[in-house]
Ligand binder design. Structure first.
Ligand code: CP
Length: 304
């Protein structure tokens, strides 16, 4: 039985195969519409979500399966003190696969050790968000036609942004990738990501707090929200929340084929005037998320 806790649980070959299947689903939706007949997905969300939970649910429904679950811890027996381990053992009696989001780093890993059905980490604290990374990889592959030879700018909250940590980990396995890490000092990428992923794999990177400094070199600009929920005090959040706001003016020197991404939700970091720019890919990214999750469900349920 396979789980997906961290993006490195999947080999590059497996990721490439998931992308291939997702693209086939996009082209041939009908072919997949009964692949999960009789199967149930449980979505256990102990933390808020719009895209991840609903795209998982839509994915299972489009495969012909059904969905059960909860969208907040307060409506489950967690509110009465039940442990994650007991919740997982219980839900495994009612479902074939579980997608779980939890504010505590490592909770999905603990869950996978107790579970009798596959566990998918749908985001754990500031740690990992592997299905967002699969979404990002499918988006890059569809929009740029490749996962190699790319200069990727990551901008905003690089400290707490779990999508950034997972994306760097994934892209570090492809050829000729360069990173431009754009953040204020307080929200710099953690040391362990620099040392254990970038430097260990000889991946070139630069750090800057100036969003426009390397704009003309970027193939991808990945914007992120300042993660309010992970701040220890309101004052620091208020000071940093609008540090970067991408607008038309800031894109003046950008390449014509730049791909602007954002895992969403957006707060202020991309001005709505950018939404009409042909380089804005973040709502396409939302849609790709459903297709790659369909491919992942098929893989973990071993549906041919
Ligand atoms: N990208 C993402 O994880 O969005 P949600 O928090 O809405 O699921």
């Amino acid at each position: 039985m396979r789980n997906l806790i961290d993006i490195v649980d999947l080999s590059v070959e497996e990721i490439n195969e998931l992308i291939k299947v997702a693209k086939d689903i996009i082209q041939n939706k009908e072919k997949y519409s009964h692949k999960c007949d009789g199967k149930k997905l449980a979505t256990l969300f102990f933390e808020p979500s719009t895209r991840t939970r609903l795209s998982f649910e839509a994915a299972m429904m489009e495969l012909g399966g059904n969905v059960i679950g909860f969208s907040e811890a307060s409506s489950s027996s967690t509110a009465k003190g039940e442990s994650v381990a007991d919740t997982i053992r219980t839900v495994g009696c009612y479902s074939d696969i579980i997608a779980m989001r939890h504010p505590k780093e490592g909770a999905p890993l603990v869950a996978s050790e107790k579970s009798v059905v596959p566990i998918i980490n749908a985001g754990d604290g500031g740690h990992h968000h592997p299905t967002q990374t699969l979404t990002d990889l499918l988006t890059i592959h569809c929009e740029k036609g490749r996962l190699e030879n790319l200069t990727i700018g990551l901008c905003g909250d690089l400290k707490f942004g779990r999508t950034v940590h997972s994306l760097i980990t994934a892209m570090a396995r492809y050829q000729n990738i360069k990173f431009v890490l754009i953040s204020p000092k307080e929200l710099e990428i953690p040391e362990y990501v620099k040392k254990e992923i970038l430097e260990k794999n000889n991946i070139p990177y630069v750090e800057t707090n100036d969003m426009e400094e390397y704009m003309n070199e970027l193939d991808i600009l990945y914007m992120t929200r300042v993660q309010k929920e992970r701040f220890f005090n309101e004052e620091d959040y208020l000071r940093l929340k609008d540090y970067y706001i991408l607008n038309k003016e800031k894109l003046e020197k950008a390449k014509e084929d730049l791909c602007i991404m954002h895992p969403l939700p957006r707060v202020n970091e991309i001005s709505v005037e950018v939404d009409d720019d042909k380089r804005a890919c973040y709502f396409k990214q939302v849609e790709y998320g459903k297709y790659i999750r369909m491919a992942l469900i098929l893989k973990l349920l071993e549906v041919k």
